[in-house]
Design a protein around this ligand. Sequence first.
Ligand SMILES: Nc1ncnc2c1ncn2[C@@H]1O[C@@H]2COP(=O)(O)O[C@H]2[C@H]1O
Length: 155
Amino acid sequence: SSDGSTEEKTLAIIKPDGLLGNYTERIKNVIMDSGFSILRETITQLDEERASTFYAEHSSKSFFSSLIKYMTSGPVLVIVLQKKNAVADWRTVIGPTDAVKAKVTHPNSIRAMCGLDLEKNCVHGSDSLQSAQREISFFFGEISSGELVGMHDEL
Ligand SMILES: Nc1ncnc2c1ncn2[C@@H]1O[C@@H]2COP(=O)(O)O[C@H]2[C@H]1O
């Protein structure tokens, strides 16, 4: 866990509905306005195997097959964010999992802006520092601690 005083990295994903709905620019504006640095980004199309590995912790849930179908329905934009307290702060910025509830309780959150429902919630955020490290290596391998390469892969 974090006391908010050290630099952290976290993984953001703009999910297929977010990318297709042209929310990328608006989401990046929120990222910048909230004080995050973008360390890496890449667009990728997940296949069933990679999506299932990424979401392995949900494999026994009733919504798993639907989640995998959703996350493989189109390309996703995967972003490594850095700032102090990045993991918790990014989850605050994106809002609650259920975008329908987010529109009521967190109207300024990203999921309120572009999410549709409990499943199609537009964006991902790592739920802990440990998850962030696993998820970042899943997409990018190891990133050296001092690295800040900017937006070279931008759409
Ligand atoms: N009860 C649910 N029904 C359908 N999809 C869900 C449910 N709970 C979580 N999800 C989806 O599973 C995803 C797990 O990662 P996220 O929290 O980023 O976003 C979640 C939703 O997209």
